[in-house]
Design a protein around this ligand. Structure first.
Ligand code: NAP
Length: 308
């Protein structure tokens, strides 16, 4: 397929572009940076320099181009989001960015549209022990500052599914880790004994970025129109245990335990590491996309990363 990829230069995009090409798809990458566009071109990938938040420029940049699919992987989570406002540019990319990219899909004649969604769209709270399937309500109203994030995740998926003439698919990715910037930062912090293990600890759903990219290619080829898929590994894990595994992969000493309330001054972090306990089922993605995570647990993925 001919694919337009927003976020081709990002954390996931960097892994996804080679996987798409290896599967025989051609990619036109979008970036705001002329330098990154040159890097994409040097790697043999066509590129357009454009900000997806600017609808008119986006449509002008793609005028005359034809494609079968658009994939939206543009996010703006520079660094670890500590405060709510750190997520607002990403919220905007999920509302206006998605709307603009859907218009771009129409312009280029694309029938398929795949958007990046997020496992915490099920809600930042304690979901108990049961594994949630995609039938569980997604993006319920959020408390206080959380509502802006929930609204954007709701808008992202709803627009994708409702767009006329489009086969829309949403991938609810788990917590990314692997050979990428955030994991490397966590490993560096662990080496300096600056990475605390909260107690009590939340429960999270990791996904190695190579597995997330593989699921994206599978969804492009085999995903059902109007469907959301949980893209997580097989092993939900306590956040404290995830941090211990990161430290082990970094060959760092065991992290110190800190009381969870100490993270309250950074409310988003507190919600992620302490307040949210969530387990997701990935059976639908396995069944319908014919996809399996190569790294069924983050212990496996982090060990693999350390040995590489
Ligand atoms: N599920 C998860 O856990 C999850 C999800 C997302 C991100 N993260 C983490 O957050 C960290 C940062 O990741 P990130 O993906 O936000 O940043 P990133 O790696 O810098 O990638 C962001 C991508 O979105 C593109 N982009 C952003 N705004 C754009 C706009 N207005 N117009 C066009 N393209 C735009 C960027 O393109 P240009 O900069 O080239 O224009 C880039 O390709 C990573 O460690 C990642 O793992 C985690």
């Amino acid at each position: 397929m001919r694919v337009v990829l927003a976020g081709a230069t990002g954390t996931l995009g960097g892994v996804l572009v080679p996987q798409l090409r290896a599967a025989g798809h051609t990619v036109l990458g979008l970036t705001r940076s002329p330098e990154r566009a040159r890097e994409l071109a040097e790697a043999g990938v066509q590129a357009r320099v454009v900000d997806v938040m600017d609808e008119q420029r986006l449509l002008a940049a793609l005028d005359g181009h034809r494609a079968d699919a658009v994939i939206h992987q543009a996010t703006a989570i520079t660094g670890t989001p500590l405060r709510h406002r750190d997520l607002h540019p990403t919220d905007d990319l999920r509302e206006l960015g998605t709307a603009n990219l859907l218009r771009a899909a129409e312009l280029v004649g694309a029938r398929r549209f795949i958007t990046q969604s997020f496992f915490l769209g099920y809600g930042y709270y304690d979901h108990g022990e049961a594994k949630l399937t995609e039938d569980h309500p997604f993006a319920p109203p959020g408390r206080g500052a959380f509502e802006r994030h929930m609204r954007s995740m709701r808008a992202n998926e709803r627009q994708t599914f409702a767009a006329e003439g489009i086969e829309g698919i949403a991938l609810r990715y788990g917590f990314f880790y692997g050979p990428e910037v955030s994991t490397r930062k966590l490993m560096a912090m662990a080496s300096r004994r600056m990475l605390p293990m909260p107690k009590p600890s939340g429960v999270t759903c990791p996904i190695h970025i190579a597995d997330a990219a593989a699921a994206t290619v599978a969804a492009l080829e085999r995903g059902r129109a109007g469907q959301a898929y949980n893209i997580v590994d097989d092993t939900p894990i306590a956040f404290a245990d995830f941090i211990a595994a990161v430290a082990e992969a970094a060959e760092a000493p065991a992290p110190r335990t800190v009381p969870g309330w100490l993270l309250r001054p950074t409310p988003y972090m507190h919600a992620l590491m302490v307040g949210t306990r969530i387990r997701l089922a990935n059976d639908k993605a396995k069944r319908e996309l014919d996809w399996r995570p190569e790294h069924p647990s983050c212990h496996d993925g982090l060990r693999h990363m350390a040995s590489a």
